[in-house]
Design a protein around this ligand. Structure first.
Ligand code: AMP
Ligand code: ZN
Length: 665
């Protein structure tokens, strides 16, 4: 018995090594044929000895598991986005801020390429892959572990001397060769070609059949080791260690001693990237020192210690046939260019955004013009200029729409607003359905069993004209509708019922108040704690909340002053929708630090830096990244930067210890 166990172990480790050599090092050490023989041998032994089953065995890479619904997993550490820069000046500004905050003369950076794919968070425990989760909204993502295991370059079991328990982030990509080959086969089979490698890679992660994923030539490039107390001093060291543990870390990574060396890296790769086997859309520059990264921390969206530099987007010219206008859920009008289809950066583009009336006037964009279209970081391409040499003499300048294309209402534009709006908030069909569609969407009330098309149908049939109406829907009303059956009607009503448990901050986002996005909704929910207090707040009270500006405050005041909204909210309350922060969310929160601004610096023993910041915010204080006259306290741990100390002393800002701080609470 024990001999077969040894045999199994031996084969597994041999196959792991071959996989690594082939898929990570790109250096085959065995023929495909011999590999297959050994794999078959292992499969046989495993089937004869089921007690030695191992979910991370090389035999598990062929897939087979079917996932009907991907589980939602909350990230242990939030997956942030990256701030973008487009010029040397942007980068210089960023570096200046960095030096100011960490208070040193010269900072070391790492330069990596920005791989264009889908981000993934891999968790390892005891040297074994335990889960793989997509970025999702940054807070929560989908568990795609079964699919990820089929990617041969991702180690399922790490080498001996590696870190044991940690998270590592990377990008799932589809190299160009593999992408083109897949497309050739599709076209030969009479199917439509995939549009670009990035979307195909991210689509692959959500396939239900992992055996199907196993057939796709996906790869994974890693760029970030995550953990609170890592035994590394620099980002480059952490990645070097991960490389030794068996991860694929591209050779292109470089440590730059100065911002000038960063520019050299960018210049080189701006050209050279076209010779890489995969797509990249920029360079990611990161502060190399981990204590400095820690000190710099995060904004509400992105790390302060990293920035993406975007390569200049590709451009094409094509004919603009017609300008049409789209109405958003808040009534905002977006002009759209309907184009002669054109191939751009690997995708076919038929429509492009024209942003607003000013943009059209500024570029003097007209129908029948030949225009330049560019694809930046955004998914929607934009028109960036007109080829005047191709303009017909009879061409007429564009007259911007005066009336809503959906309800014919005269459009309005308030001063300082770039967009025109259709003011017919409660009567414009697109706004009505758009608001309800937003309400049910995943990041809002996340109502299962109800989609955008169904909302349009329910509206057309006169069953709903606002989100509160959803809660009055009866199964008998739904069943007679087109394409509805008893089961789907039941699911719909159950989904609506379940939404009554969705926490207040999400409800607040779901209400669709103009300019109140996810992050703002969270801030407001935390501050005001109930819809009642929020709607009673004055403009001044609102702008006093951290990060709430005039525009958002005015929008909330307008929302609260509108009688129809008060009626809707009252109805939501009567149905049992969560309109205040749950007791649990309020636990551990006080106002005792209200009005105090803290700067946190150094390394702490009792709390991690993030826990410390959270404790400040949970108790009403504010965390700032640099010391100024406004700073109330500096909480100093070990290794606080000497220049920070001097600055605090010069400004007379009290420096307190972690223990002093905890006593305040
Ligand atoms: P964005 O999606 O534009 O906010 O950019 C952030 C994303 O860039 C991250 O979520 C990563 O998936 C991706 N990315 C690609 N390459 C890198 C890299 N070398 N370092 C950090 N992030 C990267
Ligand atoms: Zn309208």
């Amino acid at each position: 018995m024990s001999t077969s166990k040894e045999q199994i172990e031996q084969l597994r480790s041999e196959l792991r090594e071959h996989n690594y050599n082939y898929y990570v090092l790109d250096n085959a050490t065995i023929s495909d044929y011999d590999f297959d023989i050994k794999l078959k041998e292992l499969e046989l032994l495993e089937s004869q000895n089921p007690e030695f089953f191992d979910a991370n065995s090389p035999t598990q890479r062929v897939g087979g598991a079917i996932t009907k619904n991907f589980n939602t997993i909350t990230h242990k550490n939030r997956m942030y986005s990256l701030d973008n820069s487009y010029s040397k000046e942007d980068l210089l500004d960023w570096e200046k801020r960095i030096r100011k905050i960490v208070g040193v003369e010269s900072v070391e950076y790492t330069c990596e390429l920005k791989y264009d794919g889908a981000s993934i968070n891999l968790s390892y425990e005891n040297g074994r892959l335990t889960s793989a989760v997509t970025r999702g909204d940054g807070f929560q993502g989908d568990d795609v572990t079964a699919n990820i295991k089929t990617i041969r370059s991702i180690p399922l079991q790490l080498k001996e001397n590696a870190l044991k328990t940690f998270e590592i982030r990377g990008e799932i990509i589809l190299p160009l060769d593999g992408f083109n080959k897949m497309n050739k086969e599709r076209v030969a089979a009479g199917e439509e070609a995939y549009r670009n490698p990035r979307n195909t890679a991210s689509g692959s992660l959500k396939l239900q059949d992992s055996a199907e994923v196993a057939k796709r030539p996906l790869d994974c490039l890693l760029y970030h080791v995550v953990g609170e107390r890592l035994p590394f001093k620099t980002h480059a060291e952490a990645l070097g260690n991960a490389k030794e543990a068996g991860f694929k870390i591209p050779q292109t990574l470089k440590v730059a001693k100065s911002i000038d060396e960063v520019f050299e890296f960018i210049q080189y790769w701006d050209i050279e990237r076209h010779n890489l086997p995969y797509e990249t859309d920029g360079v990611v520059v990161k502060v190399n020192s981990l204590p400095h990264q820690d000190e710099l921390g995060y904004t509400s969206k992105a790390p302060r210690w990293a920035i993406a530099y975007k390569f200049k987007a590709e451009q094409e010219s094509t004919v603009l046939h017609k300008i049409t206008y789209q109405v958003g859920r808040t009534g905002a009008i977006t002009p759209v260019a309907n184009l002669e289809p054109v191939q751009l950066a690997g995708t076919i583009v038929k429509r492009a955004s024209l942003h607003n009336a000013d943009q059209i006037a500024k570029l003097d964009i007209r129908e029948n013009d030949t225009v330049f279209v560019e694809k930046g970081g955004e998914i929607i391409p934009k028109v960036v200029g007109v080829d005047l040499s191709k303009r017909a003499a009879s061409s007429q300048s564009t007259k911007y729409a005066t009336h809503c294309p959906e309800c014919e209402t005269l459009l309005v534009r308030t001063e300082g607003d770039a967009k025109h709006y259709c003011p017919n908030e409660f009567g414009c069909p697109t706004q009505i359905t758009g608001k309800i569609q937003h309400y049910i969407s995943r990041k809002a009330m996340d109502i299962d069993g109800l989609g955008s098309e169904t909302i349009e149908l329910l509206f057309k049939e006169g069953l709903v004209s606002n989100y509160a109406d959803l809660y009055d829907l009866k199964i008998e009303q739904i069943i007679p509708l087109e394409r509805m059956a008893e089961k789907s009607a039941q699911n719909m009503v159950a989904g609506i019922e379940a939404s009554k448990q969705i926490p207040f901050e999400k409800v607040l986002f779901a209400l669709g108040i103009r300019f109140v996005g996810e992050t703002v909704a969270k801030k407001l929910a935390k501050h005001f704690k109930s819809i009642e207090r929020l709607m009673n707040a004055s403009f001044d009270e609102l702008v006093n909340v951290d990060e709430i500006g005039d525009r958002i405050a005015q929008s909330i005041v307008d929302f609260s002053n509108e009688l129809s909204n008060t009626v809707l909210i009252d109805r939501l309350r009567s149905y049992g929708v969560q309109l205040e922060l749950s007791a649990e969310a309020q636990k551990g929160q006080t106002d005792i630090l209200q009005g105090n601004i803290f700067v946190v610096s150094g390394v702490f023993t009792r709390l991690s830096r993030n826990e410390l910041k959270k404790a400040i915010e949970d108790n009403g204080g504010k965390v700032s990244s640099s010391i100024s006259k406004k700073t109330t306290y500096v909480v100093a741990g070990d290794n606080m930067g000497p220049s920070k100390r001097t600055k605090a002393e010069n400004l007379g800002v009290p420096i307190i210890t972690e223990d002093d701080f905890l006593k305040m609470l």
